[in-house]
Design a protein around this ligand. Sequence first.
Ligand SMILES: [Zn+2]
Length: 427
Amino acid sequence: MVIYRVRVFDTPDNPFTGGRLRSASDIALVVDDGLITSRTDFDTARSTHPDAEVVDLRDGVLIPGLVDTHVHLPQVRAIGHLGRPLLDWLDQCALPEEAKLGEPAYAEAVAGEFLTGLISAGTTSAMVFGSHFATAMDIFFAAAEQSGLRITSGLVTSDRNLPDALLTDVERSLEESQGLIDRWHGKGRLRYAVTPRFSFSAGPEMLAAGGRLVAQNPGIWVTSHLNENRDEISGVAQIHPEAIDYLDTYDRAGLVGRRTVLAHNVHPQDRELARMAEAGAVAAHCPTSNSALASGFFPLRRHVEAGVRVALGSDVGAGTGFNLFKEGVQSYFMQQLDPAGGVALTSAHLLHLATAAGAEALELDEVGVLSEGKRFDAVLIRPAEGQPLDVGIRHAADDADALATIFAMGTPADIAEVWIDGCPTHP
Ligand SMILES: [Zn+2]
């Protein structure tokens, strides 16, 4: 048992429905075997548990472990190519790199670099867009299990419009996916997600095969892309003349439900938003990617008003890194600038999007906030003394301001410690 004496920020009450930042400058979190058994004042914790180890973290700010709802495993070495729209970027930057994961030694190295990227950024849970190669996915799941991270991921499937090395067929995709589900879904903190790359590279039969896996394996997840780029959207309409709209390509295959996470949705139709809300599907909002590829302004207000759940994703490697503070502040910038009228986001909104909203989206009810009864997934932000972020936090007008400073300036270098399920995982 450990008593963490902390300054802590979290968002148990959703700021999008009137909640505010919850902050405390000096309280105790009593953690027993990874479970927060009590959140109370320090003297009470000390007298109730006189023999417990006390760890004083008040020289930093503790927040819940960050949740990245859209990040690509095979693109860790492809971050930072600027100046191309989506389909060119895929052809010239992402897909040649993804093809290299067919080589197991390469996949092993990338898996390690990827997990390091997540942990260093304070990300403790993630929906990971996997590789097109089953062997690479076995390698990744094994590494992810070792890391302790809460990872949901799966084999990426496509049957057209990609380099040959990345294509599969229905029979092979079913066999390989089922093998991976059997080996990894529900093992430790791992879960499986059916992952058609997008309806631009997966025809109706390939999507239907994914739907069959979902029907046959209750509890597995679905992830893909949706309405990212106008050229992509018109291509999808040509490939799927049977579908009402982009979302319907997935829906008619049985891929849209509460365990479905769809990245981007920058250009949705009202019908799609209504259907996502009805089904409980989640939009993974990836603002640096939307900016880097000039995909457009994410219509956050329309999502919120339609009742669609939204969480934050880094979209590495079109996104510019694993840092969810940067995604948060980029979301703020774009909402400020959106000519259609964005949502005025506060620092509490940003923290919520990066933690509790992600945990709720991925049905990880045990994390996302630092309350009694939750597992201790947490990140300690402690910038080097005298650095601008340290100065900013110390001189902030109030806790909401201090949190805004963290989103404005925070980087992985400012993260001093990460805990997953109570275990320190040094970044
Ligand atoms: Zn993506």
